[in-house]
Design a protein around this ligand. Structure first.
Ligand code: XMP
Length: 504
């Protein structure tokens, strides 16, 4: 295995994912964790937002000194190694962010088959100003700053840029070279192995106990449900909470699919009044997320007590973890995804998150392996807090009705026109804003609906979809004509970053 040591970079899990793509098993550990070093073939130190020159900056793990395997330091990881071996890192005039050209200076096994000049993704304010003894510079940037070093014995390698991001040319080849030319890692990670390992792990953890799972009908919770069902059968009880924040008719359709088509053990809890009551008068997005997350857990706890469950299975996936900053103390918090950051402190159930470290497309591949029908797997993602975070401001019954109807019209139109499969996610948002219109000869004063459609791979970054004008035109027309209370339609043309996909 390869250990990826996390110093808080947004990209740490992307490193692990790249290793999986290359068929190599890895584990991500926090830099202060104690780890098991059996079968270790190599170590990768991630980037991180701190400066190695600042007080209290995280240092190398102590276990690292006792292992004799190749090490690759990326960005912060590079600077740590340089400092450790007696070199010097300083804040320099030239910070390098974004696309930067790198020139390979020496033939080195990590650069085998790589062109002499390549565009890479940089993100650093500090630079190496003195190379430690026993190391040589193997690549520099156009500003003549060391971009890559290697120790003369070929055991330590460092890169100032991020080979794991797509913007780095030949990044995968560089990682491939480190893994196979330098670490001689085994190619032994497959999604089939992952499935087998997870099933074993879950059986062991749950023993002869019972587990419950909050099934939303979305991709993640569905895959988690079928996976855990494979491990413990009907001792998994799926709970479908109808919290009133679901899309049009979902409260009827989801139970039907999961009971009848997939044969899962499903318990339906109607809790709409309870959620809406708690959301009354609440307008702050983070507060809404927290309330919905907490209420979910309370419903689960009550059900679990009735059913005698001790475990709670959640379909958390990695983009939820990273954006809620639950992956490490150093990562910046973007928003509290309800199934991670929004959990209450006090909780009587033990959490199992079998998909925690997978990205959306990997979850879908796992779902295919588990035989889940495409109509579920290739549905657009839907956030746990549901329409609660797509109604800007206070959530009311009337606003819910308007949003559900408008959203259903938009989605139906995308399906009719063949665009549903071409976009990664699409939905309507109800703004907390009324505008003036003219209907017949009368003045109207009604809500604004925003339509959003994005293209993405993992939901971490996204581009707004260039839907045809005719389609947008038809959507606006149908929504204004058919939805009482919707008076105007706008289309969101912001990418992520700087916006997020959802509006709250
Ligand atoms: P953002 O808005 O953070 O969304 O750009 C990224 C992806 O995550 C979904 N999302 C959530 N999923 N619980 C979830 O399970 C949540 O609280 C949550 N918030 C956002 C969002 O729909 C998009 O696909």
């Amino acid at each position: 295995k390869i250990l990826v040591v996390d110093y808080g970079s947004q990209y740490t899990r992307l490193i692990a994912r790249r290793l999986r793509e290359l068929g190599v098993y890895s584990e991500v550990v926090h830099h202060s964790d104690d780890v098991e070093t059996e079968d270790l073939m190599g170590v990768i130190l991630s980037g991180g937002p701190r400066s190695v020159t600042s007080k209290g900056a995280p240092s190398l793990p102590t276990w690292l000194r006792e292992v004799d395997v190749p090490i690759l330091g990326i960005c912060y990881g590079m600077q740590l190694l340089v400092k450790e071996f007696g070199g010097l890192v300083e804040k320099t005039e030239t910070a390098e962010y974004g696309r930067t050209e790198v020139i390979v200076k020496k033939p080195a096994s990590i650069f085998e088959g790589i062109s002499e000049r390549l565009n890479v993704w940089m993100s650093h304010g500090d630079s190496v100003v003195k190379v430690p003894e026993g190391f040589e510079v193997i690549a520099v940037t156009e500003n003549d700053i060391p971009a890559a070093l290697s120790s003369l014995d070929g055991m330590i390698w460092t890169l100032q840029f991020h080979p794991e991001v797509k913007h780095t040319e030949m990044g995968m080849e560089i990682i491939n070279n480190f893994l196979f030319n330098i670490c001689h890692a085994d190619r032994n990670w497959t999604i089939e192995d992952f499935l087998e390992r997870k099933v074993e792990e879950i059986r062991e953890e749950v023993g002869d106990g019972k587990a419950i799972l909050g099934l939303s009908g979305g991709v993640d919770s569905s895959v988690a449900a079928v996976l855990v069902h494979k491990a413990i059968g009907d001792r998994l009880i799926n709970i479908f909470v109808d919290h009133g924040l679901l899309r049009l008719h979902e409260e009827k359709e989801v139970p039907m699919v999961f009971k009848d088509k997939l044969g899962l053990n499903l318990d339906v809890v109607r809790a709409k009044d309870r959620f809406l009551k708690r959301l009354q008068g609440v307008t702050d997005p983070e507060e809404k997320r927290k309330i919905i997350g907490e209420e979910f857990i309370r419903v689960f706890e009550e059900e679990a007590e009735k059913l005698g469950g001790r475990f709670l299975v959640q379909g958390t996936i990695y983009s939820d973890v990273i954006e809620s900053a639950a992956s490490g103390k150093e990562t910046a918090k973007i928003k509290s995804h309800h199934n991670v950051g929004g959990l209450p402190e006090r909780m009587n159930l033990k959490i199992i998150e079998p998909l925690r470290y997978l990205f959306k497309d990997e979850v879908r591949r796992l779902g295919e392996l588990l035989g889940i029908p495409g109509e579920i797997l290739y549905r657009h993602p839907f956030p746990g807090p549901g329409l609660g975070i797509r109604i800007i401001g206070e959530v009311t019954e009337d606003k819910l009705r308007i949003l559900k109807e408008a959203d259903a019209i938009f989605i139906e139109l995308l399906k009719e026109s063949g665009w549903y499969e071409k976009v990664w996610q699409a939905f309507a948002v109800l703004l907390d804003l009324k505008t003036v219109g003219v209907v017949g000869d009368e003045r109207a004063y009604e809500y604004v609906i925003a339509l959003r459609a994005v293209n993405s791979v993992e939901g971490m970054t996204a581009d707004w979809s260039k839907l045809p004008y005719e389609l947008l035109d038809e959507a606006a027309r149908r929504i204004c004509n058919r939805v009482k209370g919707a008076g105007r339609v706008v289309y969101d043309i912001t990418s992520k970053p700087p916006a997020t996909i959802e509006w709250e």
